[in-house]
Design a protein around this ligand. Structure first.
Ligand SMILES: N[C@@H](CCC(=O)N[C@@H](CS)C(=O)NCC(=O)O)C(=O)O
Length: 216
């Protein structure tokens, strides 16, 4: 197979890419990072964060860069809206998730707070609830401000913004965030989760998933 996706069942940045590959109908080899030998993944991706996509032996890191590549190389099932302003809005929406929610609350940040900053569990939870709360409120506001009331974030079909949002909603639920104020966010995320490309990208559907399905 020409494409290898280095990921892990519970890897929400990788889940974005899995959804994109599924939406576009692209076949790929799933490489569970946990099955690689010591140091092997760091030789593939010097940052050692997941995901990474290997295309004919060349490696792309960072989910947004991988998604950009997929969109350019496989334009048939477009993830980005055709209207250039709506397209930019969809990219902005994904950036809120990746840069301002996920990056601030990902496991290595939580671990650093508790192990290196002397922060107790309740304070770490306060940190997570603060940044995710701000982020979800922003996503809800961006959805409310859309130029049309589409069934998905920025269109009649799910795309770029949806595939960033859905794994982050799952993270929010997993981390105990109350999402009742973010009705547009949860309605669209739940609609997406009914669809095969999203369902097949969920952690419990991956070959290295270790246990019982997690509530999403
Ligand atoms: N900005 C990166 C984020 C990648 C990232 O933080 N991945 C997490 C999992 S979702 C990871 O690899 N964590 C491993 C670790 O912290 O050791 C992207 O979008 O690809």
């Amino acid at each position: 197979m020409d494409m290898k996706l280095y990921t892990r069942a519970q890897n929400s940045a990788g889940e974005r890419v899995r959804i994109a590959l599924n939406l576009k109908g692209i076949a790929y080899e799933y490489v569970a990072v946990s099955t690689l030998g010591p140091g092997e993944y760091a030789r593939i991706n010097p940052q050692a964060l997941m995901p990474a996509l290997e295309v004919h032996g060349r490696v792309i890191t960072q989910s947004a860069a991988i998604l950009n590549y997929l969109e350019a190389a496989f334009p048939e099932r477009a993830l980005l809206p055709a209207d250039l302003v709506v397209r930019a809005q969809a990219i902005a929406f994904g950036s809120v998730v990746a840069a301002e929610m996920h990056a601030l609350t990902v496991q290595r940040v939580r671990r650093f707070l508790s192990s290196n900053m002397g922060t107790d569990e309740a304070q770490v939870q306060q940190w997570v609830a603060h940044w995710l709360g701000l982020g979800f409120a922003t996503l809800e506001g961006l959805l409310a401000a859309r130029s049309a009331d589409w069934p998905f974030c920025f269109g009649e079909e799910p795309g770029w913004a949806d595939l960033f949002m859905v794994p982050q909603v799952a993270n929010g639920r997993r981390l105990g965030i109350d999402l009742t104020d973010y009705q547009r966010v949860t309605e669209i995320a739940d609609r997406c989760r009914q669809l095969e490309p999203f369902r097949l990208a969920e952690p419990q559907m991956q070959p290295d998933y270790p246990g019982e399905p997690v509530p999403r």
